[in-house]
Design a protein around this ligand. Structure first.
Ligand SMILES: *[C@@H]1O[C@H](CO)[C@@H](O)[C@H](O)[C@H]1NC(C)=O
Ligand SMILES: *[C@@H]1O[C@H](CO)[C@@H](O)[C@H](O)[C@H]1NC(C)=O
Ligand SMILES: *[C@@H]1O[C@H](CO)[C@@H](O)[C@H](O)[C@H]1NC(C)=O
Ligand SMILES: *[C@@H]1O[C@H](CO)[C@@H](O)[C@H](O)[C@H]1NC(C)=O
Ligand SMILES: *[C@@H]1O[C@H](CO)[C@@H](O)[C@H](O)[C@H]1NC(C)=O
Ligand SMILES: *[C@@H]1O[C@H](CO)[C@@H](O)[C@H](O)[C@H]1NC(C)=O
Ligand SMILES: *[C@@H]1O[C@H](CO)[C@@H](O)[C@H](O)[C@H]1NC(C)=O
Ligand SMILES: *[C@@H]1O[C@H](CO)[C@@H](O)[C@H](O)[C@H]1NC(C)=O
Ligand SMILES: *[C@@H]1O[C@H](CO)[C@@H](O)[C@H](O)[C@H]1NC(C)=O
Ligand SMILES: *[C@@H]1O[C@H](CO)[C@@H](O)[C@H](O)[C@H]1NC(C)=O
Ligand SMILES: *[C@@H]1O[C@H](CO)[C@@H](O)[C@H](O)[C@H]1NC(C)=O
Ligand SMILES: *[C@@H]1O[C@H](CO)[C@@H](O)[C@H](O)[C@H]1NC(C)=O
Length: 726
């Protein structure tokens, strides 16, 4: 017996499959757009005066792409909206010729001269990389069978197909080197890899963890192997894994997730042959962190001294890929003048912020400094709770990879045990039931709540209080319940809106994953009961331990709606709760327990955010999801798009990408795609078709002069269209 619904579902799938088949057989092309330098002033006018160049950076091996006169002068001319564009342009002549041409124009330089210089001496950014096909690409990986809802299944399959657009290798024919007449900032990698997308055109370190999670679901095991081989090559030749595959990242690493990727690869594929090479290099990585990023801290709570880790980069110049941005932060004419020592300090902080992966957030600001200026960064003084959790988990994973009885395994178990003690001593607040960074500047825990709170439980550091008491365990996660009840989207990095991209309302794939995994890490005896109930007049806020968020309820950002802000206090603020669950949170099932409830809701929200913003930017699925009208796509400036996968989202609006920060929002996008697939595989039987809200003018990425200034509401009912078709 085949039901009608199943037939309709099958027909839809076949249609979707035929669309996909066309996409996946087409050979990948990498569209290389070369950014044209454009003057921000008349070409005949002289460049503004500049401060003296920063000290030469010992870690950075180029006269052209590293901090110095050439890089500074080109940046002062501000020819490209994104400073990274120039840093990624290989030269079209030998280094000597380029430097000679530059020396020739350094006096009374005009904008026109710099434009000519760049045009005559540099090529298209990223041309040393090429798109590659993967031989083992299977259009129907088995994880799709875990997804019950036909729409979510068809869309997950489309997202799976996006790997074909993000797989890269080094283009050796365009590679600069000893026998080639050019120089570039690329660190050439010998194996295939996946890029995040957009301006992130190289292999990145921590992004790759979520890319790997997705690739494993997609059964692209050879790409995971080659990704790991590249990291091992870097450990071999460089001694650590840099932030990304460019020489201007050689001063810093990123959240150290290599061992976690290795562990996942070995667990999923059973390929232990990789370990012969990998284990010694994993040791090398941990030694690098120990030798370069550890410090001893005596706890004010117990007087015990712990070896812990902080992000801390040796650097005293603007970051080459953000040169003008950093230069302006240090030389801001509207802020007090900094001397060279202060500037060097600021540049070290800016690079350290990039090493954290969270560049930037108020989490990193010195206590009491909240005017929003990046001059307030105090990262090297913080013992970051996420970093120490990751290293704890690395020691555990590495010990397990060695096997049971082995001296090295024992050394790692013992290092892990020390970190376990340190994190609980320095960073766990047993009253607020949350983890906070430890601040060396104040010798206290920093009173600032962020998604870093969830990393220890993900890593396996679970305080006794949470193991013993279901109510306390819920309290640790009560902010997740609040976000799902009050906001339309996923969990924001923080609850402050500073304009920095790693603050609210922006939400990022890595953190949703960490929250889901932390919820899964709790034992059933404390996570399988019902959530604590609220009494009359109470709300999701009242279930959060007092003081945990470091703010009063009325300081929470209000959820915007089409008709203004929704009240941010009291039960009326829980606008998304109803019918025993939350909007876009899937269907409640009786007896599921509070942990599964929160996982189901967050998993559904993530799919909703990624899907609805994809539809809002032109995504469609034949026979299932019609493409939005040109009028609506005009609002999101997507008339020529076929759906974007964004790098970040908004807690407020599932139709929209995140905002703010140092560059425009990027599409692609490695970790977003990876998490969609991981969620589809692990929660596929709980996912509903997303209900996307109406597109409004607020969804416009930037305001456009052609649009009416007053808020116009366009009626679009994607959800209705979907329901009608299914
Ligand atoms: C130096 O500038 C002069 C005058 O613009 C030009 O004729 C000459 O070719 C330049 N030399 C180099 C090495 O670019
Ligand atoms: C630029 O100025 C410096 C010092 O003022 C001088 O040594 C150099 O020769 C000048 N270069 C050119 C191309 O005029
Ligand atoms: C999802 O699918 C994979 C591959 O078919 C399977 O191994 C796995 O057990 C499934 N996961 C869940 C949570 O059902
Ligand atoms: C992983 O990549 C390495 C280097 O290319 C290769 O030697 C090895 O055979 C690969 N492993 C598997 C299981 O394919
Ligand atoms: C890539 O391979 C070349 C040639 O074998 C080698 O010289 C180079 O060091 C390798 N690159 C890395 C990062 O290991
Ligand atoms: C921390 O203390 C240990 C034991 O005294 C010592 O070996 C190590 O060098 C210290 N590390 C740092 C970064 O100070
Ligand atoms: C830590 O040591 C200091 C000095 O010895 C002492 O005054 C303080 O009470 C100790 N604190 C704790 C928590 O043991
Ligand atoms: C720079 O300014 C700081 C703060 O005013 C001061 O302590 C330091 O001595 C100054 N350093 C130099 C080299 O002038
Ligand atoms: C959030 O959802 C509510 C109702 O669920 C809706 O009224 C509101 O317009 C949405 N806000 C945004 C920004 O999408
Ligand atoms: C909504 O709240 C935000 C943040 O508090 C505020 O900036 C904005 O003006 C409010 N909008 C309305 C319409 O009240
Ligand atoms: C509750 O269910 C009804 C009927 O299915 C639906 O119309 C309504 O939107 C739901 N409310 C919420 C908040 O999910
Ligand atoms: C959720 O409930 C709706 C309405 O009863 C149903 O159509 C849908 O299939 C359910 N979704 C899941 C994942 O069970």
């Amino acid at each position: 017996m085949v039901s009608l619904a199943a037939l309709v579902q099958l027909a839809c799938l076949l249609r979707a499959a035929s669309v996909l088949a066309q996409e996946s057989t087409a050979s990948p092309t990498l569209t290389l757009s070369t950014a044209i330098p454009s003057a921000t002033a008349p070409t005949s006018s002289e460049l503004p005066s500049q401060v003296s160049v920063p000290p030469k950076q010992a870690w950075c091996p180029s006269e052209i792409f590293c901090p110095g006169e050439l890089l500074q002068t080109v940046n002062i001319a501000h020819l490209f909206p994104d400073d990274k564009t120039f840093a990624d342009k290989p030269t079209s002549k030998s280094s000597q010729e380029v430097l000679a041409a530059f020396r020739n124009i350094t006096n009374d330089t005009t904008y026109g001269q710099i434009i000519d210089f760049v045009e005559q001496n540099f090529g298209g950014e990223g041309r040393e990389l090429e798109a590659l096909t993967v031989p083992d690409f299977d259009p129907n990986p088995s994880f799709l069978q875990n997804v019950t809802n036909p729409l979510v299944q068809a869309w997950s399959k489309i997202v799976h197909g996006y790997w074909t657009q993000l797989i890269r290798g080094t283009n050796s024919s365009n590679l600069c080197g000893s026998d080639s007449e050019c120089e570039s900032s690329l660190i050439p990698l010998n194996h295939t890899f996946v890029v995040p997308g957009g301006r992130f055109r190289e292999q990145y370190y921590w992004d790759s963890f979520w890319i790997v999670e997705g690739l494993l679901e997609s059964q692209l095991y050879s790409v995971v192997n080659s990704t790991l081989q590249n990291f091992m090559d870097e450990l071999d030749t460089i001694g650590f894994i840099p932030n990304g595959g460019r020489i201007y990242y050689l001063d810093r690493s990123q959240p150290p997730l290599f061992i976690q990727m290795l562990d996942r690869y070995v667990k999923v594929t059973g390929d232990r042959s990789i370990l012969d090479r990998a284990l010694p290099l994993a040791e090398k990585e941990l030694t690098w962190w120990h030798d370069n990023r550890s410090l001893n801290v005596t706890s004010p709570f117990t007087n015990q001294t712990h070896l812990v880790y902080h992000y801390s980069v040796n650097n005293s110049a603007p970051r080459p890929e953000s040169y003008l941005t950093d230069y302006m932060t240090a030389n801001d004419p509207d802020a007090p003048t900094l001397n060279d020592t202060q500037k060097a300090d600021l540049y070290a902080e800016l690079a350290s912020g990039a090493e954290t992966g969270w560049d930037y957030t108020m989490r990193w600001f010195k206590d009491g400094a909240n005017d929003g200026s990046l001059r307030n960064l105090g990262i090297r003084d913080l013992v970051a709770v996420d970093l120490n959790s990751i290293l704890y988990r690395n020691h555990i994973a590495l010990a397990d990879l060695y096997g049971s009885s082995n001296d090295q395994a024992d050394t790692h178990r013992s290092a892990a045990a020390d970190l376990h003690t340190a994190v609980l001593d320095l960073m766990w607040d047993n009253d607020k039931l949350a983890f906070y960074d430890f601040n060396l500047a104040t010798n206290k825990r920093k009173n600032f709540f962020s998604t870093a709170n969830f990393y220890p439980v993900w890593s396996g550091i679970i305080p006794d209080a949470l193991l013993q008491d279901s109510k306390a365990a819920f309290g640790h996660f009560a902010s997740v319940n609040l976000v799902l009840s009050r906001y339309n989207g996923t969990f924001p990095t923080t609850f402050v809106n500073s304009g920095q991209q790693w603050d609210g309302p922006n939400t990022w794939a890595p953190h949703q994953y960490i929250i889901l995994q932390a919820l899964r890490a709790l034992p059933a005896n404390v996570s399988s009961g019902n959530p604590p109930s609220t009494e009359d007049g109470q709300s999701s806020w009242d279930l959060i331990p007092s003081g945990q968020l470091g703010m009063e309820e009325n300081q929470l950002p209000p959820q915007p709606s089409n008709t203004g802000n929704i009240t941010n206090t009291g039960p009326n603020a829980d606008i998304n709760v109803g019918n025993g669950t939350v909007v876009n949170g899937g269907n409640a099932t009786s007896g599921e327990g509070w942990s599964v409830m929160l996982q189901r809701e967050l998993a559904n929200r993530y799919i909703t955010s990624a899907f609805c913003s994809w539809v809002a930017t032109g995504g469609s699925i034949e026979g299932m999801v019609p493409r939005l009208s040109p009028e609506l796509l005009n609002i999101t400036q997507s008339v020529n798009n076929t759906g974007n996968m964004f790098e970040k989202f908004s807690a407020f609006d599932v139709d929209s990408a995140g905002r703010g920060g140092e560059y425009t929002v990027q599409a692609g996008f490695g970790w977003t795609n990876g998490l969609v697939m991981w969620i589809a595989s692990n929660y596929g039987n709980m996912l509903n078709a997303p209900e996307c809200p109406l597109i409004t003018l607020e969804d416009a990425q930037t305001s456009s002069a052609s649009l009416n200034a007053s808020p116009v509401m366009w009626t679009v009912a994607i959800a209705m269209a979907i329901t009608a078709l299914l």
